[in-house]
Design a protein. Structure first.
Length: 263
């Protein structure tokens, strides 16, 4: 059975599930990126504002321009800590509504594999960044089973349902990221693998939160009996600690480069 289309129409549910994971990997990413304070940023595919909130809290940005196709996500972003310094608007990553060379840095946080044509998305980031500015991204390592939903997706076989994957999943390979940055004519390219671990109070908390995110369309397409069976098949993949907590890891690939100062 084909996988349902991934949609992000519930900003609060997204924030409980992927927003937490995004902030965790974003912290490591910003440590690695080590940006100067006072920059203007384009947060492409800002979603519920998780990465914008990190920028506001840690990087003293002069301004953040957040863009996302989902108005429901933007409603959540406008409630967050970054709202005072950020301007959130609806738009397309492949046709950014910003002038050439208008920001110091552009980033896509867990977004590039959702862009139908990643080449256009990278070109747009490069276009809006000033010469010498930063163009960066990080994505879950899908081939390396790095998705936070991986434990559930791994047990879907008996349901006849396939996992919902981003339309441009192949770009999540480290080699593909580097090739794309090189093809875009960016300089000083560096890559890094990032591992983050999240702890849930118990298995039920893991299940309830994880199935409220990108896995939700898959789960909702199943019968109650199939859902119950899937839940029990996943359980052994997440052994509990003595206190009942569940901890597991997700993996992301990150890349950064600079727009050349001269053509």
């Amino acid at each position: 059975m084909p996988a349902p289309t991934i949609q992000f129409n519930d900003g609060a549910a997204y924030d409980r599930m992927m927003g937490v994971w995004s902030r965790m990997v974003g912290e490591v990413f910003l440590d690695w990126l080590a940006p100067a304070p006072g920059l203007t940023w384009a947060d492409i595919g800002c979603g519920s504002g998780a990465f914008s909130d990190l920028l506001a809290a840690r990087c003293a940005p002069a301004k953040i321009f957040g863009i996302d196709p989902s108005e429901a996500q933007l409603v959540q972003a406008r409630k967050g800590p970054a709202a005072g310094v950020a301007e959130f608007r609806q738009g397309d990553a492949m046709a950014l509504p910003y002038p050439d060379s208008s920001v110091d840095a552009a980033a896509m946080a867990l977004v590039l594999f959702f862009v139908p044509d990643p080449t256009k998305g990278i070109a747009e980031m490069k276009r809006v960044v000033k010469p010498g500015g930063s163009v960066s991204a990080y994505v879950w390592d899908i081939p390396g089973e790095g998705l936070p939903m991986a434990p559930i997706y791994a047990e879907l076989g008996p349901t006849g349902m396939s996992a919902s994957m981003p339309p441009s999943a192949p770009i999540s390979r480290m080699a593909a990221l580097r090739a794309a940055w090189e093809a875009a004519g960016l300089e000083g390219i560096e890559t890094r693998a990032i591992t983050v671990r999240r702890t849930f109070a118990d298995y039920d908390e893991f299940w309830n939160i994880t199935t409220s995110g990108a896995a939700r369309p898959v789960i909702e397409a199943l019968s109650p009996e199939a859902i119950a069976a899937l839940k029990e098949r996943v359980r052994p993949r997440l052994p509990a600690a003595a206190d009942g907590t569940i901890t597991y890891a997700a993996f992301a690939n990150a890349i950064k480069g600079r727009k050349p100062r001269t053509a």
